[in-house]
Design a binder for this molecule. Structure first.
Ligand code: GDP
Ligand code: IMO
Ligand code: MG
Length: 428
C-alpha cells in the first residue's frame, strides 16, 4: 500500500487531474501539497466534465478523502464556491480536510498580484492573477495569514494589520491605489470561520497515521517541474515547489515514506504565461496542436503556447523528481502527421547540451536539436492495449521512453477515464 507522488513533468496542464482520477477508488487519500487556485484540472467522468482549481482531484472519487495540505495557499471564497458548485452537481464534498497551517490568500494579495503585473508591463510574468506569488511572499516574510488564525479574531486582526502595514504604503504611494482597511479584510475572513472549522485538522498527523494503517496516499502536485520556484525556469515560475520534494514539505510526510513518483508528461509541450520555451512553434503547426489538443487554459482561458516534445526537459524532470513511472498523455492529438519531431538536445551558441543548461542565459539561447520520428494517420482513441497502437505510434512511445529516462507506464489516448492504455500498474 504505497505513498505515491504525482507531478507534472513540463510547464503544467499535462493531464494530472485525469491521471489522479484514473487511480480512483484504489487511493484512500489525495493530497494537494502546493499552489492554489492557479491550478486548473479538467476531469471527464462519463458525460460529465469537471474543472477543478483548488480541490484535489480525489474529490470526485466516492470514499476517497481529499486533503489540502499545509503547502497550499487557499482563497476561501474560491474554496467554498468550488464546494458549492460540485455539491450542486451531486458530488459529496463532506470528506474534505484542510490543514490548519495552510496559508490564506487574503484579498489584498490578489490586488498586489494584479497591480504588480500591470506595473511590470512588458517584463510581466503572465501570472494567473490569483494572488499566489504575494501570498507565498507573505509566508516567507512571516507576515502570512494561516487557516488557524481565522479562529482567533484578536490574533487575526493583529496579523492583518501587520501584513497591511507595508502593503498599504506600497499600494497608495507606488501603485496609486486606495488603502485597504484592516477591519474590511478581517470581516471577510471571519465570515468563513464557522464553515471552515469542521474541515480543519492536523493533516500531517492524519496522513502519517493513515500510512501506518496501510492506507494508500496520493500526493498530487499543482503546476509542474519547470514552474517550480527552485527547479523551474526562474523567474518565469510559480511561487511554490511543484516537484516531488514539495510533497514532503507541503504535507508533513517525510521522504522515506514515499514509495513511487509518477510524472505526467504530454506527448508534445505546452506553456501558459511568459518565459523561455525552446520547442515552441509559432507557426501553423503550433496552431494545429492548439486546435487539435484544445489547448486553452482551464483557469484563465488563455491560449496555451504549443511545441514539440522536449526530452531534455523530460530527462531533467525524471532526475529532479526521482520519477519511477511516466504517464504519457494526449498521444491521440499527434495522429494524422507524416512526421513527429522530438527535441533530443539543445544547441547553445554552437555547443550541444544533452542536459538542461545551468544558467538562465544559456536556456534562453537554447535551440532545439530535433530527431524526426515517423507519424501515423489512424485515430488511436479507441486503442486500449499497447499492441493496438499503429507501429509508428508504438515506436514514438518507445523512443520517448528511451530518451526520457524512465518507463512510460500509462498512455492517454483521449480525455475520458477509459481512454487509457495501462502497461504497468502505477500502484503495483
Ligand atoms: P492538469 O492541469 O495537469 O490537470 O491538466 P489540464 O486539465 O489543465 O489539461 C489537460 C487537458 O487534457 C484536459 O482538458 C484533459 O481533459 C485533457 N486530457 C487529459 N489526458 C488526455 C489524453 O490522453 N488525450 C486527450 N485528447 N486529452 C486529454
Ligand atoms: P496546473 O496545475 C499552467 C503559470 C502561469 C504563469 C506562472 C506564474 O493546471 O498545471 P502564478 O499565478 O502561479 O503566480 O503564475 O505559472 N501557471 C500555470 N501554467 N498550469 C498551471 O497549473 C499553472 N499554474 C500557474 O501561467 O506563467
Ligand atoms: Mg491545468
Amino acid at each position: 500500500m504505497p505513498a505515491i507522488v504525482l507531478v507534472g513533468a513540463q510547464w503544467g496542464d499535462e493531464g494530472k487531474g485525469k491521471a489522479t482520477d484514473l487511480l480512483g477508488s484504489r487511493v484512500d487519500y489525495v493530497v494537494k501539497f502546493n499552489g492554489g487556485n492557479n491550478a486548473g484540472h479538467t476531469v471527464v467522468v462519463g458525460e460529465e466534465q469537471y474543472a477543478l482549481h483548488l480541490l484535489p482531484s480525489g474529490i470526485l472519487t466516492p470514499g476517497c478523502t481529499p486533503v489540502i495540505g499545509n503547502g497550499v495557499v487557499i482563497d476561501l471564497s474560491v474554496l467554498f464556491g468550488e464546494i458549492d458548485g460540485l455539491t450542486a452537481r451531486g458530488v459529496d464534498c463532506s470528506r474534505l480536510v484542510v490543514s490548519a497551517n495552510a496559508h490564506v490568500i487574503a484579498p489584498y494579495n490578489r490586488t498586489v498580484d494584479k497591480v504588480t503585473e500591470r506595473f511590470l508591463g512588458s517584463r510581466k510574468l503572465g501570472t494567473t492573477g490569483r494572488g499566489i506569488g504575494p501570498t507565498y511572499s507573505d509566508k516567507m516574510n512571516r507576515v502570512g495569514i494561516r487557516v488557524q488564525d481565522i479562529f482567533d479574531p484578536h490574533i487575526l486582526e493583529q496579523k492583518i494589520a501587520g501584513a497591511l502595514d507595508q502593503k498599504n504604503h506600497l499600494l497608495v504611494k507606488v501603485y496609486n491605489r486606495r488603502a485597504i482597511a484592516v477591519a474590511e479584510v478581517c470581516e471577510e475572513l471571519l465570515g468563513y470561520a464557522e464553515r471552515l472549522r469542521p474541515m480543519v485538522r492536523d493533516t500531517g498527523l492524519e496522513l502519517s497515521t493513515a500510512l501506518d494503517d496501510g492506507r494508500t496516499v496520493l500526493f498530487e502536485a499543482g503546476q509542474a517541474t519547470m514552474l517550480d520556484v527552485d527547479h523551474g525556469t526562474y523567474p518565469f515560475v510559480t511561487s511554490s515547489n511543484a516537484t516531488s520534494g514539495g510533497a514532503c514539505t507541503g504535507s508533513g510526510v517525510p521522504p522515506n515514506r514515499i514509495d513511487r513518483v509518477t510524472a505526467v508528461v504530454k506527448a508534445y509541450t505546452t506553456r501558459v504565461g511568459e518565459g523561455p520555451f525552446p520547442t515552441e512553434l509559432l507557426d501553423a503547426e503550433g496552431e494545429t496542436l492548439r486546435r487539435t489538443g484544445g489547448e486553452y487554459g482551464t483557469t484563465t482561458g488563455r491560449p496555451r503556447r504549443c511545441g514539440w516534445y522536449d526530452s531534455v526537459v523530460a530527462r531533467y524532470s525524471a532526475r529532479v523528481n526521482g520519477v519511477t513511472d511516466f504517464v504519457l498523455t494526449k498521444l491521440d492529438v499527434l495522429s494524422g502527421r507524416d512526421r513527429v519531431p522530438v527535441c533530443v538536445a539543445y544547441d547553445v551558441d554552437g555547443v550541444r547540451h544533452d542536459e538542461m543548461p545551468m544558467t538562465q542565459t544559456d536556456f534562453h539561447h537554447a535551440k532545439p536539436v530535433y530527431e524526426d520520428f515517423a507519424g501515423w494517420s489512424e485515430d488511436i482513441s479507441a486503442c486500449r492495449r499497447f499492441e493496438d497502437l499503429p507501429k509508428a505510434a508504438q515506436e514514438y512511445v518507445e523512443a520517448l521512453e528511451r530518451l526520457s529516462g524512465s518507463r512510460i507506464s500509462v498512455i492517454g489516448v483521449g480525455p475520458q477515464r477509459d481512454a487509457t492504455i495501462v502497461r504497468h500498474d502505477l500502484l503495483g
